[in-house]
Design a protein around this ligand. Structure first.
Ligand code: RIB
Length: 296
C-alpha cells in the first residue's frame, strides 16, 4: 500500500444549487443549500485514501464546531489526522459554492485557519509521495519537503504566484486549462510531468514540453464538478507512485475525476478503487477521439 502525505487545506463547503450561475451584480434566488466537507487538501487526502493509499494530512483548522463537520468524512475514511492542528483563534476555512444544473461551479474561499499553517507540526510520517496545493502558505510546503525524496505532486490551484523552487522540485504538476493559461511559460520551469485537465475533454501529460500521453474523458452524467480536479490529482499521484505507466495512470485519473462529478458535493462523491477500475475497463464509456488507450 503506498503512503501519501498531503499538505493542504480543509474547508467546509456551503453549496447553493442554483438554476444558473449568477453574473456580476445579479441575484439568483430559489437555491437549495447544502453543507459538505471540502478543501483541496482534504479532498485529495480522502480521494487517495479511497483509491487504496495510506494517507496522512497536514492541515490547520479552527478550534470550532465547523472543524468537526469539515473533518468528519476524513475521520470516517481512515485518513490520519494526527498532524492536523487546531488554531486557537482563526476559524475553519469555508468555501461558498454555487453549482448549476450542468455541474459547473463558482467557488469563493475564506481560508481562515488554512492561512495559518505556518509551522508544520512535529516530525512527519515517512511517505512515498507528497501532494500539495496553493490554499496553504508555500513556506509550510517547503518545510515539509525538507529531507523528503519521494514523488512530489504540486497541484497549482488556485492559480497564484508560486516559488520557482516548488516548480523545480515537483515531479508532477497538475493544472486545469484556466490555470495552465494563467501560469503560461512558467510551467516550462517544471522538470517533471505537467498534467493539464480539460474537463469533459480529458487530460494531457507532458514532460519537457513533449506530449507523453493524451486521454479523453469517459461518458458520465455530470451533477457537480466540485472536487473533480482534486480527485484527478490524487488518482494520478496514486497511479504513478504505484508504478503504473504514465498513460495508464492518466486514464485512471481521468476515470476517477469523471466519477467524482456524478454525485453532489466534493467528498461524498469521491470514488472507490473498484469503481474507477471498472470505468477504466469499460471501453463503451470512452470518447472515440481520446479513448483510454492513450499514447505514450
Ligand atoms: O477543489 C474543490 C475545493 O475547492 C472545494 O471543496 C472548496 O473547499 C475549495 O477549496
Amino acid at each position: 500500500m503506498s503512503r501519501i502525505l498531503v499538505i493542504g487545506s480543509v474547508n467546509l463547503d456551503v453549496t447553493a444549487s442554483v438554476s444558473r450561475l449568477p453574473v456580476a451584480g445579479e441575484t439568483v434566488t430559489g437555491a437549495a443549500l447544502s453543507r459538505y466537507p471540502g478543501g483541496k487538501g482534504a479532498n485529495q487526502s480522502l480521494a487517495a485514501r479511497r483509491l487504496g493509499a495510506e494517507v496522512s494530512l497536514v492541515a490547520s483548522v479552527g478550534s470550532d464546531a465547523t472543524a468537526d463537520e469539515a473533518l468528519a468524512l476524513l475521520r470516517a475514511g481512515g485518513v490520519d489526522l494526527s498532524h492536523c492542528v487546531a488554531h486557537p483563534t482563526a476559524a475553519t476555512g469555508t468555501a461558498l459554492i454555487c453549482v448549476a444544473p450542468s455541474g459547473e461551479n463558482h467557488i469563493v474561499v475564506a481560508p481562515g485557519a488554512n492561512a495559518e499553517l505556518n509551522r508544520v507540526p512535529g516530525a512527519l510520517p515517512p511517505a512515498d509521495a507528497m501532494i500539495a496545493q496553493l490554499e496553504v502558505p508555500q513556506a509550510a510546503i517547503a518545510r515539509a519537503l525538507q529531507g523528503f525524496d519521494g514523488l512530489f505532486c504540486m497541484n497549482l490551484a488556485p492559480a497564484r504566484d508560486v516559488d520557482d523552487a516548488l516548480l523545480e522540485r515537483a515531479d508532477l504538476v497538475v493544472v486545469n486549462e484556466t490555470e495552465a493559461a494563467w501560469y503560461g511559460s512558467r510551467l516550462g520551469r517544471c522538470g517533471g510531468y505537467v498534467a493539464t485537465t480539460f474537463g469533459a475533454d480529458g487530460a494531457a501529460l507532458r514532460r519537457g514540453g513533449e506530449m507523453i500521453a493524451r486521454v479523453g474523458s469517459p461518458h458520465v452524467d455530470v451533477v457537480d464538478t466540485t472536487g473533480a480536479g482534486d480527485t484527478f490529482t490524487a488518482a494520478l499521484t496514486v497511479g504513478l507512485v504505484e508504478g503504473m505507466p504514465p498513460a495508464e495512470a492518466l486514464a485512471f485519473a481521468c476515470a476517477a475525476g469523471a466519477l467524482a462529478t456524478t454525485r453532489p458535493g466534493a467528498q461524498p462523491s469521491l470514488p472507490g478503487r473498484a469503481d474507477v477500475e471498472a470505468l477504466v475497463a469499460d471501453q463503451s464509456r470512452w470518447n472515440d477521439a481520446g479513448s483510454n488507450s492513450a499514447t505514450e
